[in-house]
Design a protein around this ligand. Structure first.
Ligand code: UD1
Ligand code: UDP
Length: 347
């Protein structure tokens, strides 16, 4: 049987790495890279480090606005799906690449396999929330990382073919554990990543975040996503003026985990980084109003900060408790998912 996976954004390369290993064991497993992320540091580095086979198809997009970007992906994915006639189309998470793949597959009656199904922020202003709701509602097979995700689907009337299978990023993190080291050679620091439009695309807010990072009691290594680079340049922000911030380009996966693992704590608005900080037993401050990864909030391991960004400082001192080793499954989640596909659905 043939399964085509559609990937395109940084976190999807990381999720696909352990999945592709498993998929190849049982399926003719093809990959489409939509080109949503294209800088070498946002794409190639992950294929190289994580030994992901080169994609069978790769696009080069022109669109900057969501509509055009998604439409360009759909046009290309459709042609491939018509030609390849896969038995399933697999998508991850909630990006525009996810939605483009899912919409094409649904029109062609190709079963959609959604990994990381059922997550909700209940904030429809986030493009990701719309992408994941739509994808879940047209998916044939839904793999959820948490009970809460299963319940979210149930509340929307989706109960058929819903499986609780843990999170494939946990598998990847466990595979990476031998590759981590202290990038800062024993110096104390925090690690930060920020890329959500509601944080980056409003000048005032971006500046308040930078000021709050600058006011912390240890240097902040800030790995800057290209969206954020572009906004900082629009705002004519000179990061050299923020003496406590060590600005670096986006880093590879092993470096991202290394920076997190040896830090005093992590400050982020990323979905994936919230989970990784947790699994690495690091405190995390999430600069968002809500999180889809609710379970990480237990025991202060992850804390939300939105209106009062300056409160990051005191939140970093809160005591931690109730760590859950089993959060989001085992480290064999991808094998569980692919076994279910192989033994049940595609038998
Ligand atoms: C996307 C996802 C978001 C995910 C994030 C992961 C959507 C709607 N958003 O957000 O859910 O958390 O990826 O990182 O799918 N750019 C570059 N080089 C690149 C990639 C992007 O310069 O390699 C710049 C481009 O100017 C682009 C902008 O960043 O217009 C935003 O990229 P885009 O993929 O549209 O959204 P992200 O903010 O990356
Ligand atoms: N990441 C990385 N380099 C960086 C920042 C993040 O490799 O400079 C990794 C991070 O460790 C995690 C994933 O990218 O595995 C998260 O992706 P991102 O924050 O881009 O998207 P989100 O998870 O918010 O959708």
């Amino acid at each position: 049987k043939k399964i085509i996976s559609v990937i395109g954004a940084r976190p999807q390369f990381i999720k696909h790495a352990p999945m592709q290993i498993q998929l190849q064991k049982h399926f003719n497993a093809l990959t489409i890279h939509t080109g949503q992320h294209y800088d070498p540091g946002m794409s190639d580095v992950f294929f190289n480090e994580l030994k992901i086979p080169a994609p069978d198809y790769r696009f080069h997009l022109n669109g900057k606005l969501h509509g055009q970007q998604t439409a360009e992906m759909m046009t290309e994915i459709e042609q491939i799906a018509v030609k390849e006639k896969p038995d399933g189309l697999l998508v991850y998470g909630d990006t525009n690449s996810t939605l483009a793949g899912a919409l094409v597959a649904s029109k062609l009656h190709i079963p959609i396999i959604h990994i990381e199904a059922g997550l909700r922020s209940f904030n429809r202003e986030m493009p990701e929330e719309v992408n994941r709701v739509l994808t879940d509602h047209i998916s044939e097979l839904l793999f959820c990382p948490s009970n809460a995700a299963v319940e979210n689907l149930k509340a929307e009337g989706i109960e058929r073919n819903v499986h609780l299978c843990g999170d494939v990023m946990k598998d990847m993190l466990s595979l990476a554990s031998g590759y981590l080291g202290d990038k800062m050679e024993g110096k104390p620091y925090y690690f930060a990543t920020i890329h959500r439009p509601y944080n980056t695309d409003v000048t005032e807010r971006m500046l308040v975040i930078l000021e709050s990072l600058n006011a912390l009691n240890a240097p902040v290594v800030f790995a800057i996503h290209p969206r954020t680079v572009s906004r900082l340049s629009d705002y004519k922000v000179d990061l050299a003026a923020y003496k406590n911030i060590i600005a670096i380009p986006p880093v590879g996966y092993f470096d991202s985990l290394s920076y997190q693992a040896y830090s005093l704590g992590v400050i982020t608005d990323s979905g994936g980084v919230q989970k990784e900080a947790y699994w690495l037993k690091k405190r995390c401050i999430t600069i968002r109003k809500e999180t889809e990864w609710l379970e990480t909030l237990t025991g202060n391991w992850n804390q939300l900060v939105f209106d009062d960004v300056a409160s990051i400082r005191e939140k970093l001192d809160m005591s931690l408790s109730d760590y859950n080793e089993e959060l989001y499954g085992t480290v064999d989640n991808s094998a569980t998912i692919v076994s279910l596909l192989n033994d049940k659905f595609y038998k």
